[in-house]
Design a protein around this ligand. Structure first.
Ligand code: SF4
Ligand code: SF4
Length: 141
């Protein structure tokens, strides 16, 4: 770089705001198609298990409490997830979506990396079975 050009850049930088973004103190909205945290809605779930059988990363478990009564619980492991979106594609009932807003998922403990989704009563039924010493209902994939 020529000295003249360099001086020109230095002088110009004195009068312009830095282009560096002060992340994480200042955040831009993520693009709408960002693939972030997965969310599951149990209301239309049939327990077909296509979502977890198609997941290449073993990031989701579909736990059947009572198939006839359509009681299921999903356990999601964001630390395994590759955010490929395959589970969203595979679910024919639109039960799974990926948040474009929750994408900062780093944590210093393991707890946030096991997420349990389901109706409150189904999660309670699962916990009660576990407390009673029953083997956890099988993942039917
Ligand atoms: S986004 Fe991909 S890796 Fe993550 S749970 Fe779905 S299928 Fe598995
Ligand atoms: S693919 Fe959809 S309907 Fe089938 S088990 Fe997964 S969430 Fe339920």
């Amino acid at each position: 770089m020529k000295v003249g050009t360099m001086l020109q850049d230095i002088v110009s930088s004195l009068f312009h705001r830095p282009v560096t973004e002060q992340y994480p103190f200042e955040k831009r909205p993520a693009p709408p198609r960002t693939r972030g945290m997965l969310h599951w809605n149990p209301e239309k779930c049939t327990g077909c298990c296509l979502c977890n059988s198609d997941c290449p990363a073993n990031a989701i478990e579909l736990i059947t409490i009572d198939k006839k009564a359509k009681q299921f619980v999903m356990r999601y492991h964001p630390d395994h997830c590759t955010f490929c979106g395959q589970c969203v594609e595979s679910c024919r009932f639109g039960c799974i979506e990926m948040s474009s807003e929750e994408w900062e998922l780093a944590a210093t403990t393991k707890e946030p990396f096991t997420v349990t989704y389901g109706r409150d009563e189904d999660i309670e039924a699962l916990l009660a079975k576990r407390a009673a010493g029953d083997a956890e209902p099988a993942d039917e994939s």
